[in-house]
Design a protein around this ligand. Structure first.
Ligand SMILES: [Mg+2]
Length: 236
């Protein structure tokens, strides 16, 4: 019998990559869709899904905006267009964090191990960011902010997608979440998955993450060997 597939679900922002001036496209898309000059810099988006972020921007500005699936669809199309433009023409620059390209390549070469995504970004922007960071080709299906506003829903959705993709059952104990915030850890625990946290996010230094007792913790991914070992040690 074939061994059960192992899946690593990677978070994007603060874990694999960082965007410089990434707020520009988000703000443009809000204005284009809702005619309101909302600003993502008025809130802390880390670890949140895009729908949560949008609602929080409205709430913070005291804007009582009602939006439904059709508005969401329009917003997502606008965001894709604005983000594509911001990345290709500037000002937005997306960079892989140190050691990430090496780590992703190394993991992608391991037999029976698959790389997926669990991120609060909408799928359209997640794919653009992964490509811009130069790691898109190694990262397969996942779950996104466009699937659910609740981050804790995402690991289950991602697991289901991988099960269909591989046409094999996938179990939570064979999935590991990799992220940079307490929300990544919470999403992993809620879904019975292990979690590796990395302290390359903007708001959560190593000591703070250590207090949460993640299953594994790294300061960054600059040591590929250490990162691979830490990750592989988490699979049951
Ligand atoms: Mg993150």
């Amino acid at each position: 019998m074939a061994t059960a597939p192992k899946i690593v679900f990677l978070d994007l922002d603060g874990t694999l990559l960082r965007s410089q001036d990434g707020h520009v496209a988000f703000n443009q898309a809000i204005f284009k869709t809702f005619g309101f000059a909302g600003d993502i810099r008025t809130i802390r988006p880390d670890g949140k899904t895009d729908p949560m972020i949008l609602q929080e921007i409205f709430d913070t500005a005291g804007q009582d905006v009602e939006w439904g699936p059709a508005d969401w669809q329009t917003f997502s199309e606008n965001l894709k267009e604005c983000y594509t433009h911001a990345v290709s023409e500037g000002p937005t620059r997306v960079r892989a964090l140190p050691g990430v390209p090496e780590l992703v390549r190394e993991l992608a070469g391991l037999p029976g191990l698959h790389l997926g995504v669990v991120t609060g970004n909408m799928e359209v922007t997640a794919r653009l960011k992964l490509q811009a960071a130069g790691v898109g080709e190694h990262v397969g299906p996942g779950a996104f902010g466009s699937d659910s506003a609740a981050r804790n829903d995402l690991p289950g959705i991602a697991m289901e997608r991988w099960s269909r993709h591989l046409n094999l059952p996938v179990e939570p104990r064979h999935c590991v979440i990799v992220g940079d915030t307490p929300r990544d850890l919470e999403a992993a625990r809620t879904n019975g998955m292990k979690c590796l946290l990395v302290a390359t996010g903007r708001y959560h230094p190593l000591e703070e993450l250590r207090e949460l007792h993640p299953d594994a913790l790294l300061p960054d991914f600059s040591d590929t060997r250490a990162a691979v070992d830490a990750l592989m040690g988490l699979f049951g």
